[in-house]
Design a protein around this ligand. Sequence first.
Ligand SMILES: *[C@@H]1O[C@H](CO)[C@@H](O)[C@H](O)[C@H]1NC(C)=O
Ligand SMILES: *[C@@H]1O[C@H](CO)[C@@H](O)[C@H](O)[C@H]1NC(C)=O
Ligand SMILES: *[C@@H]1O[C@H](CO)[C@@H](O)[C@H](O)[C@H]1NC(C)=O
Ligand SMILES: *[C@@H]1O[C@H](CO)[C@@H](O)[C@H](O)[C@H]1NC(C)=O
Ligand SMILES: *[C@@H]1O[C@H](CO)[C@@H](O)[C@H](O)[C@H]1NC(C)=O
Ligand SMILES: *[C@@H]1O[C@H](CO)[C@@H](O)[C@H](O)[C@H]1NC(C)=O
Ligand SMILES: *[C@@H]1O[C@H](CO)[C@@H](O)[C@H](O)[C@H]1NC(C)=O
Length: 371
Amino acid sequence: MDRHQGWIWLAFRLLAFIDLGFGYFIIEGPQNLTVLVGSVARFNCTVSEGWPVLIWLFDGNPILTVLNNGTPIITQKKYNQEGFKNGSEFTSELKIFDVQLNDSGEIKCSIQNEVNNNYAFLSVQVNGSLTIKDSNLTVRKNQTTEIVCEALGWAPAPHIFWMVNNISLDNSMYIANQSQGSNGLYNEESILTLTPMTSGIVTCLAVIDALSKPQYAAVTLIVYEPPSTSDNDGRIRTIILAVVLSVVGFLLLILLILLIICCCKRRKESNYRKEMRKVSEKKATDRNLETMRHSGQANYAYSPEETEYSEQVAGVPSFFPDNSSLYGPKQDLEVTPTSQVSYNGHHDGVLPSRTTAYPIILRKIRNVTHV
Ligand SMILES: *[C@@H]1O[C@H](CO)[C@@H](O)[C@H](O)[C@H]1NC(C)=O
Ligand SMILES: *[C@@H]1O[C@H](CO)[C@@H](O)[C@H](O)[C@H]1NC(C)=O
Ligand SMILES: *[C@@H]1O[C@H](CO)[C@@H](O)[C@H](O)[C@H]1NC(C)=O
Ligand SMILES: *[C@@H]1O[C@H](CO)[C@@H](O)[C@H](O)[C@H]1NC(C)=O
Ligand SMILES: *[C@@H]1O[C@H](CO)[C@@H](O)[C@H](O)[C@H]1NC(C)=O
Ligand SMILES: *[C@@H]1O[C@H](CO)[C@@H](O)[C@H](O)[C@H]1NC(C)=O
Ligand SMILES: *[C@@H]1O[C@H](CO)[C@@H](O)[C@H](O)[C@H]1NC(C)=O
């Protein structure tokens, strides 16, 4: 407290004590004020006629005295006042220059006799910086992205909110973290979680009372359409269809080939069966012939051919369930004088089914005769 102001203060307190009940009073006291650092803070105090001295106090300490002729006693360059006379009323407008954070506090107007509402609060705030942090602002449609807004060096910590295309977003879409730096200023980070469907302007806004308009930072969010998923699905479906179709086609081809092979085999088999029947028939005939020959003039040059036939037969024995019976001992038993009798009967053309076998038999006979 200034020494001079202190003495005046003391003197007027005494005067007030003496002049108690003189009838002057404060018509209107100062109003709460919130200003930015560095600005000029102004407070008005309007008093009725008859006041001897007006004293401004900050947090209870006199900072400026105004004499009843309207002249101030300036002791600090930081404080001054302007007087306005309006009839019998006098208004002292206090000016506090280049306000700092430590200028925040109680401002009181005193004319020594007042006990009513004659004080207000000065709140000094700091307009910090606001930036949307570097982030990828090119996002896929319907892709969730985070946008971070950073507020540095504020007092107090600002209220941060977000807008997209000038429409405020619900506060459930963002969260804020704040911290106080060593300089007493606040830093804050607000994280917006957004799932954009269209491109737009994303704005981060910071509000403190001292700012008549919020400070803001804006970015353009570019939302791009990914290659349509339905198209993708279609492509995948086509690929799957193609694969399935080709596999099915391949399987069908294999099946067809197998069928053909089977058919051929069966036909061959039946041919072979026929052949074998012929062979067996011929064999029987040959045997009969042989036995005939054996009984007559023996000719063994024929026998190698017979072994050739038996070899052929042995090559595919399973095709003949009655194979054993063909070459079994029964067969041998058939080569008896009785079979000779039966052959003779056959030879007479009694069995027409054997007619096909005759050319082979005849050929054989011819061979035999050749040798
Ligand atoms: C002035 O500010 C103080 C402290 O901030 C508060 O308690 C009071 O209610 C305010 N008065 C008015 C009239 O706004
Ligand atoms: C104080 O009062 C004067 C005169 O009525 C007016 O011009 C001025 O704007 C007022 N200042 C404040 C801070 O209200
Ligand atoms: C208030 O802070 C300023 C600088 O911010 C400093 O110069 C001044 O001395 C401080 N005043 C008091 C009363 O502490
Ligand atoms: C607050 O700070 C921002 C960024 O520095 C500036 O653009 C703006 O004008 C300031 N506002 C006031 C009221 O000083
Ligand atoms: C941003 O994201 C898009 C798609 O996610 C990508 O193509 C692009 O390269 C990214 N840019 C940066 C700077 O990371
Ligand atoms: C957006 O994505 C979500 C899941 O990530 C999905 O359920 C929703 O249908 C999508 N909306 C549109 C319009 O694509
Ligand atoms: C957003 O609102 C501000 C003021 O309300 C206006 O100046 C601006 O043109 C608007 N922007 C859009 C994109 O609507």
